[in-house]
Design a protein. Structure first.
Length: 423
């Protein structure tokens, strides 16, 4: 319970906040931005399906909804661009994700997921490991000759992703030390425990790019704004739009890690059947056309460890193959590392997919040879008892049957993850 004095202080602070007038928009910077050759493809232009009319032509300095002034570009993806904005009403910085019109489903799923999450009353500690959505709105597009508006999410800003950090090459030649791998896993598993237990939600897109450092000090965002103001990012004029080069928010102090990007999230059902997950982390039940549930996230975590710790995919395929070729090689490598699948597992599929690779007894019949490999051979950094404990932990996540994979809250108690004698 709050004391009377505490409540009075809070009420006064809230009143002062409510009486603050909105900030005026910041005038344009007079600094000159480096200009990129118009013939060079940059940023979202490099996406194979890129079409200019699918992306809203955001300009630095413009104000969305008479409230969010664009400060600079944080990044882009296959279906969106992300911008740091100053919230003129709340006197703070936010991230605005502007979805493209190429594929509506990720935007609809992400907005539905955040709406669902916002309605959950929970004190689960994993809730703080989920990125926060603050608002959503639409940008009219009739002036661009388009009928549908652009969907936008207002999110709590984050720093770089775990993938960005690893690609900087400062962590043991693109490999994370054991201590950092454990730290990442604790946040991810705690977030998944909340999603699976409290929200009945499957993230369905667990990968390093969607694990983000939260901001521990707002000064990082102020520094970003001043850097864009005094030294604008390179930009390219492309017809009626400007393509800006993204720049990261420099890490000063981080507030931990959060799971982001809920464009593939599912909730409200017990099982699902559609195609999900990045190919390197795709669970076998998804590959083989079976119903799937939240245990696909556990598989993704287990296979993602190999990227962070070994700097290679757990299940590797030769380059230059079509989808079917990659499927054959990936399935063959899964068999090499895990052994043949249980027959009862194969029979769960109502498609012919399992029988492209296995006979009725579960023996491999695929068109490629099984690699001579095992988890013990593939893991090359640990030794002795530590290696045995690590592989036991991985096998709790990377198993053919979903029900044989441990839930996130149990994995948090694993002896290898709990051990503190890291190097």
């Amino acid at each position: 319970m709050f004391s009377a004095r505490s409540l009075v202080r809070r009420l006064r602070a809230w009143t002062r906040h409510q009486l603050r007038p909105p900030l005026p928009p910041r005038p344009p910077s007079t600094a000159k931005a480096p200009i990129i050759d118009p013939s060079e493809l940059v940023e979202e232009e490099r996406i194979p399906w890129y079409n200019p009319t699918d992306f809203y032509p955001v300009r630095i300095g413009e104000v969305f909804r008479s409230r969010y002034q664009v400060v600079g570009k944080l990044g882009y993806g296959g279906y969106s661009t992300v911008w740091l904005c100053r919230d003129l009403v709340e006197h703070c910085h936010v991230a605005v994700k502007v979805f493209s019109q190429f594929h509506e489903m990720p935007a609809k799923r992400e907005m539905a997921a955040f709406k669902h999450l916002s309605g959950i009353q929970s004190d689960h500690p994993g809730q703080r490991c989920i990125r926060t959505c603050l608002d959503h709105f639409e940008l009219p597009a009739d002036h661009l000759g388009l009928q549908r508006p652009f969907q936008c999410l207002v999110l709590k800003p984050t720093l770089e992703s775990v993938w960005d950090l690893r690609m900087q090459g400062v962590a043991h030649q693109f490999k994370f030390p054991q201590m950092l791998v454990k730290a990442v896993l604790r946040y991810v598993l705690l977030g998944l425990a909340y999603l699976h237990q409290e929200a009945n939600m499957v993230h369905a897109d667990i990968q390093e790019k969607n694990i983000l450092f939260s901001i521990g000090d707002p000064a990082s965002l102020e520094a970003f704004e001043e850097a864009v103001w005094t030294s604008p990012s390179p930009q390219k004029e492309a017809g009626d739009r400007t393509i800006y080069i993204s720049r990261p928010v420099k890490l000063k102090t981080n507030g931990g890690l959060v799971l982001g990007d809920f464009g593939e999230a599912r909730f409200g059902q017990t099982t699902y059947t559609d195609l999900i997950q990045p190919e390197p982390y795709r669970a076998p039940e998804v590959m083989l056309g079976m119903p799937w549930d939240e245990k696909v996230d556990i598989w993704s975590v287990g296979t993602m460890i190999w990227d962070m710790f070994q700097d290679k995919h757990m299940f590797r395929v030769p380059s230059g193959l079509d989808y079917e070729g990659k499927m054959r090689h990936r399935m063959a490598h899964i068999v090499s590392l895990l052994g043949p699948p249980p027959v009862d597992f194969l029979k769960r599929s109502e498609t012919e997919e399992p029988w492209k690779y296995f006979d009725a007894q579960g023996n491999w019949t695929g068109a490629v040879d099984l690699p001579k490999d095992s988890l013990e051979l593939s893991e090359q950094r640990l030794q002795g008892e530590n290696k045995a404990h690590f592989l036991r932990f991985v096998r709790r996540m990377v198993a053919w049957r979903p029900e044989d994979r441990s839930p996130a809250h149990e994995l948090l108690e694993d002896p290898w993850l709990q051990a503190q004698d890291d190097k």
